[in-house]
Design a protein around this ligand. Structure first.
Ligand SMILES: [Zn+2]
Length: 113
C-alpha cells in the first residue's frame, strides 16, 4: 500500500508509513445520522423558521406602523422614522435568517433515506 502523504510504498499490513510516519490505518468515516436524528433536526429547523418568520412579520408591521404614525404626527417624526428604518433592517435580517434555515431544512429532507 502507498502512503497517502508521501507516496512511499509500505507493506500491506503497515499501520504507519515507514518513511514519514503517516497513519496508514483506514480512517473511520463519520456515521450517517439516522432518519430519527434528521427528523429531529428538521423539526428544530422548522421551529426556527416559524420563530424568525414571526419576527420578520412583527418587524415589517412595526416598520410600516411607525412610518404611518411619523407621517401623521410631525412632532415625533424623526424618532419614528429612525425606528421604522431600524425595524426595516431587522426585517431584512430576519428574512435572510429564515431563508438560511429554509435551505438547511431542504438539505436535511434530502438526507432522509
Ligand atoms: Zn509516508
Amino acid at each position: 500500500m502507498y502512503c497517502s502523504k508521501c507516496g512511499a510504498q509500505n507493506q500491506g499490513d503497515s499501520v504507519f508509513c515507514s518513511k514519514c510516519g503517516n497513519n496508514l490505518a483506514p480512517q473511520p468515516t463519520a456515521p450517517q445520522p439516522s432518519n430519527d436524528v434528521i427528523k429531529v433536526q428538521i423539526e428544530e429547523t422548522r421551529h426556527l423558521i416559524k420563530q424568525n418568520g414571526n419576527a420578520f412579520g412583527i418587524c415589517v408591521v412595526g416598520s410600516v406602523v411607525s412610518a404611518l404614525i411619523a407621517v401623521s404626527i410631525p412632532e415625533v417624526e424623526i424618532v419614528l422614522i429612525v425606528f421604522a428604518v431600524l425595524m426595516a433592517i431587522a426585517a431584512i435580517w430576519k428574512w435572510q435568517v429564515t431563508a438560511k434555515y429554509s435551505t438547511k431544512k431542504a438539505n436535511l429532507i434530502k438526507m432522509l433515506k
